[in-house]
Design a protein around this ligand. Sequence first.
Ligand code: ADP
Ligand code: VHF
Length: 362
Amino acid sequence: MKKMRIVVKIGSSSLTNNKGEMDEVKFNDHVKAIAALKKVGHEVLLVSSGAVAAGFSKLGYPARPVTLKGKQAAAAVGQSLLIQSYMKKLNPYGIIPAQILLTRNDFSKKERYRNAYSTIMELLARGVLPIINENDTVSVEELTFGDNDMLSALVSGLVHAEQLIILTDINGLYDSNPRENPLAKRLNQLHEITDELLVAAEGTGSKVGTGGMKSKLIAAKTALSLGVRVFIGTGEGEQKLLKILDKGGDGTYIENKLLTTVTNQKQWISLHSTVSGQLLIDHGAELALLSKGSSLLPAGIYDIKGTFNKGDVVEVIGKNGLLGKGEVLFSSEELKGLMGKRSDELALSSIEVIHRDKWVRI
Ligand SMILES: Nc1ncnc2c1ncn2[C@@H]1O[C@H](COP(=O)(O)OP(=O)(O)O)[C@@H](O)[C@H]1O
Ligand SMILES: N[C@@H](CCC(=O)OP(=O)(O)O)C(=O)O
């Protein structure tokens, strides 16, 4: 059997009930299944929701709070309850959990992104189970990952996981919401996430979850783009995760033969970096970047917008608009003196403005 790196994401509805209490039966079931995966040698990372859902009733809220401060307060209480419960239940299996709470800032700053990667790798190398959640208590609404479905996709990309398993309260994606349409049909296999599918997945989810099926599909699309296969569904019992890996899971499999992993450098540029400016390039440079896979040279740049430093990320604009993003090897000031000049006119040892390894097409 091939040993794999697997990210398992568990939604609030699969850990708690509507009253804001942890569901011990569901919880035990997940822990057993994770232990079974690890026992056969797979590396597992868990992205666990449920902090708000597990904490709100303890604070006297009758239902999942809607205000930011309410959610943040509930998450502060619920997160400790969650981890306490994981620790207690994982202990008999000899599994050590590690709590990792992330904010989007941890990914948008390159140093922090690299650091998150090496810490997670160290934990995996030592057989520890990382349990990841968004750091809800300090996240500001405009600066969140969106939801944990997206967080799980980004984590899968970061660690180059082979498989992302999104466990939820429904056995996969249907062609319309089965809670509203009893004739809805399940889609067992998908090779890509189309706009049509996103429309079919509109609509609300459970009382404790966020985002519903649509957010899972958007996350699946991101995971696929990073070379990670996805399963969305449910299951029961110790063998449920192993069954999912054996293609016998109760849900929707999303994968295709073209999946390729993306370097962390490119993931960071395309998904996490902040853009500091723009380079406008001519037709020849556009061809070189898009068709020949070449690096961007000064000769093809005819205008520069914004002020940026060496190492910043900029957008590259062609005749018909945005082409991609890349990390620049010169500041905007330096580039003003270089742009439009042929390589033989420049007395520089290296004249690449964006190296092809630090360039991503949009
Ligand atoms: N086309 C669809 N197929 C399946 N489920 C759907 C669809 N459209 C909406 N849903 C809803 O999405 C819910 C799962 O999302 P959510 O409650 O956010 O789960 P979680 O807490 O696991 O993240 C399902 O219970 C279902 O009501
Ligand atoms: N970080 C939040 C969960 C956010 C979220 O995406 O929830 P869900 O849709 O249940 O996966 C929490 O722990 O309550």
